[in-house]
Design a protein around this ligand. Sequence first.
Ligand code: BGC
Length: 455
Amino acid sequence: MTSSPTDPTRLPLLPPGFVWGASTAAYQIEGAAEEDGKGPSIWDTFVRRPGAVRDGHTGEVACDHYHRLDEDVALMRGLGLDAYRFSVSWPRVLPAGTGKVEPRGLDFYDRLVDALLDAGIQPTPTLFHWDLPQALEDEGGWLNRETAYRFAEFAAVTADRLGDRVERWITLNEPFVHMAFGYAFGVHAPGRALMLDALPVAHHQLLGHGLATAALRAAVPDARVLLANNCTPVRLRPDARSDGDAAAAAAYDTLHNRLFNDPVLTGAYPDLSAYGMTDPGWGGVVRDGDLEIVSAPLDGLGVNYYNPSWVTAPADPAAGLPFDLAEPQETYRRTAFGWPVVPEGLTELLTGLKDRYGDALPPVWITENGCSLPAGQRDPERVDYLAGHITAVADAVARGVDVRGYFTWSLLDNFEWAEGYHQRFGLVEVDFATGRRTPRTSFAWYRDLIASQRP
Ligand code: BGC
């Protein structure tokens, strides 16, 4: 037995009943992009755009999970997972986004749910992890309010089929990242570079979240509904001096965190005047009654955490945004992506949510957390990363935050969006030429951690 700080038996114990999980997403792992009647998604389109994805990689085959479901569930069983977070591909279920249902698409998730339950693993589906049906994008995507209603239709169809066995549901994954990367900067699908004109995408996604929540509860009376937000503690650099820096940090916090947490938890949008938005109705985007739908009580807030953000006043205020993202002055270890490794940022984030929302904060679930590292089966850096962040969760719990579960990103190496297969986040290494899976050192560590956390 080792006595290193990463020895799983030395980590603090999370409360009884704490749920240990792993996360993936449909487009990142499934492959089978045109199989069994699946319609195209915006990612199927975007990956064909020259230069959009590093080295022209696509998710056409990905981890081939669509054909390797049993093998992958066996891996999860080997880990001893309590829960598995996957996403349901909307265009697999509704190839045109609305209307005609493709039963073979639903059959796949039906089999997955049964296999998970057989393995003692709670299925935790996310309904939207960025793969919008292309047919809906052709009608404006999330810029079009109608998409919110189509999302509720998709939620109802899926819940109708799986709701007899699935209790915990996640509506959207990271509406901030989808708005910012997909619609404001155009580095993700659908590749629109609208900058601040992308704001309606925030509201339409959140409206979709609220409508889908109602649809899930109508179909599954004991449904537990979560929203998974990407959250970041916003930090000033130690050399920050001016009020301008503090105002920039507040503006970034508003855009990244509060825009997506406030309406859901408090029923009101934050002040967006730093973004030139002074009309509470956003020029007709936010309509009477919408915020009641958006703020339907949640059973849990999903938090995806990777790192803090450092912000300064914009060097060029005329450039359009009220902040600049900056590099930290401190030296941190970095992941292969170059992201700083700051486990205590997760404690800061969680206690900050509690301070901000108080009793309006529902139980929190860490729905993603992990790191990309170079290829290879020995990954002590990932073990360090996980141990540090899980300890940070335990610290937040000790300080009064009600955290119910932790899902690591990710079970498998997978298609990392604009980075293609270059960033590897898996507990399991995937050889993308052959599909072969090889559990890493971190897999054994996470298995031992889960076992040592059980009574
Ligand atoms: C997303 C995942 C992604 C991960 C790592 C999150 O923003 O939900 O799909 O793979 O971060 O970049």
